[in-house]
Ligand binder design. Structure first.
Ligand code: CA
Length: 222
């Protein structure tokens, strides 16, 4: 089952019709609220997301999908309007798997959808990290240090998981704020520092897994 969130009725109907006619099941929704309620009934195998939507926009929907363990690896393709490079980049930064410019060519859409579905089948290993005595399981939201469970707050966990997923990559405070707290979060980058500090404390001798990159931000070693 493929879910499409697109407020333009013409595009929505065309995409759903095209996918269904090639043997792929698809349902269209005109806004985030309808999409979330359908998601509770049935988990799709892929999501197509328009960016400009009434209410919650496509990037916000994407961010929420990536943060929830059960949808963190769900393949997502963004539909971007012509000339909105910024949205495309934001989408990829937030973890979109692919993007397609609107109006999408139907042959290309089907080919890309099939490619993403194939890729999802081949790399479906669980999102778990083991660094020295530190073990993190994203689907189970479990963290252990030398075999003992450590209790993290929601944001501490999301921060740690995101950093381990991108181990070796330097993350600016702004990027961490936008991914973990939401891109329209109005807080300060100091929030990130405070959380890193308590997170390191809870991880004990494995706190060094998160390194400070002076003048830039943080990176995880993994
Ligand atoms: Ca739109």
């Amino acid at each position: 089952m493929i879910y499409l969130v697109e407020d333009e009725e013409g595009i929505r109907e065309l995409v759903v019709y095209t996918l269904c006619s090639t043997g792929l099941d698809a349902r269209g929704f005109s806004n985030g609220a309808e999409f979330w309620s359908a998601l509770r009934e049935e988990m799709p195998s892929l999501v197509l997301l328009d960016i400009m939507l009434p209410g919650e926009d496509g990037l916000e929907i994407l961010r929420r999908l990536r943060l929830a363990p059960e949808t963190a690896r769900l393949p997502v393709m963004m539909l971007t309007a012509r000339g909105t490079e910024y949205d495309k980049v934001r989408g990829l930064e937030l973890g979109a798997d692919d993007y397609l410019a609107k109006p999408p060519g139907m042959m290309e859409l089907v080919a890309r959808v099939r490619r993403l579905l194939r890729r999802a089948e081949t790399d479906a290993e669980p999102e778990e990290y083991s660094v020295g005595g530190l073990f993190v399981s994203v689907p189970r939201r479990l963290v252990t240090v030398d075999g003992t469970e450590v209790h993290l707050t929601l944001k501490e966990f999301d921060l740690l998981a995101y950093m381990l997923k991108n181990a070796g990559i330097v993350m600016t405070r702004d990027r961490l704020l936008s991914v973990v707290w939401g891109y329209n979060y109005e807080g300060e980058t100091r929030t990130v520092d405070t959380h890193i500090l308590t997170l390191r404390g809870k991880l004990g001798r494995h706190g060094a897994v998160i390194q400070t990159v002076r003048g830039v931000g943080y990176k995880a070693v993994g």
